[in-house]
Design a protein around this ligand. Structure first.
Ligand code: ADP
Length: 252
């Protein structure tokens, strides 16, 4: 967040990429893209490209980190060195540690962790190309990967940010909007229970603007939830089709 008077973010009632104020960037999700992971999902969201892979539930190591009554959901968010225009220094930094923690906590709200005591469910989020909104994209992809791994969950978490640019509340900030806007509010939402499982705010909003931004983000999360479910449906129907073809080939 910052201001730069030379950069115009809104012109003739539209944003610089032509979007309406409450319009998402284009989102596509594909489930089950990695052979060796228990579950996976690949997401493209505008120019963001993110892979999520799930391993587990499996025995937690180190053992002192085990929880006797439940599984630990351990998300690790990582941005590839080549994911941003200036090379990102590899390895964890304060930002990625923070995002890993809040994604883990958001996912723990929907996973039935008590089914797997002493276990860990590892969730790797690899940002291959970043263009603002990667924590929301990472969380959205991760919950599809968990479902793809067959982990029992109460619902899929959908996530999206809203915020403010040039005094206007908008949905899903792009890179310039994130850099030169006035506020950014990432939201994680659980549609079935109507719960918020992630909420941050960078910048300032009035109370009314905050209400408007939340309503916008929640509506968008409901739309994203539909895209997540469609990705899983697609994955499941492809798997069934493959099985049927195999059965036919084998004369079963
Ligand atoms: P989010 O990606 O969830 O919006 P931030 O607001 O912290 O998270 O970051 C906004 C964007 O800034 C990122 O999506 C990425 O494009 C860029 N960015 C973040 N960290 C770096 C970095 N270390 N080097 C270059 N660009 C970065």
């Amino acid at each position: 967040m910052g201001s730069n008077k030379d950069i115009e973010l809104i012109e003739d009632g539209k944003r610089m990429d032509g979007r309406e104020f409450d319009e998402l960037r284009e989102i596509t999700i594909k489930a089950g893209v990695l052979k060796r992971a228990d579950g996976s999902a690949y997401l493209e969201w505008g120019k963001n490209k993110i892979m999520a892979a799930v391993y587990g539930p499996r025995e937690m190591h180190p053992r002192h980190a085990q929880e006797t009554r439940k599984a630990v959901v351990r998300a690790r968010y990582n941005m590839a060195a080549f994911s941003v225009p200036d090379r990102k220094r590899p390895g964890p930094d304060r930002r990625s540690i923070e995002i890993s923690k809040l994604v883990s906590e958001a996912l723990e709200k929907v996973v039935f962790t008590e089914k797997y005591p002493r276990s860990v469910i590892d969730v790797f989020i690899e940002v291959l190309q970043a263009s603002a909104g990667t924590r929301c994209g990472g969380l959205t992809a991760a919950s599809v990967a968990l479902a793809d791994a067959g982990i029992p969950m109460s619902d899929l978490v959908a996530s999206c940010a809203s915020g403010k640019i040039e005094g206007q509340v908008v949905l899903d900030l792009g890179k310039n909007e994130d850099n030169y806007g006035q506020a950014d509010v990432p939201v994680g939402y659980i549609p079935r229970s109507d719960d918020i499982c992630l909420l941050q705010m960078d910048g300032n909003l009035t109370e009314e603007e905050y209400e408007e931004a939340m309503d916008m983000a929640i509506e968008a999360c409901k739309e994203i939830h539909g895209i997540q479910r469609e990705a899983l449906r697609e994955r499941y129907s492809t798997e069934l089709k493959d099985e049927n073809e195999k059965d036919l080939a084998e004369g079963v």
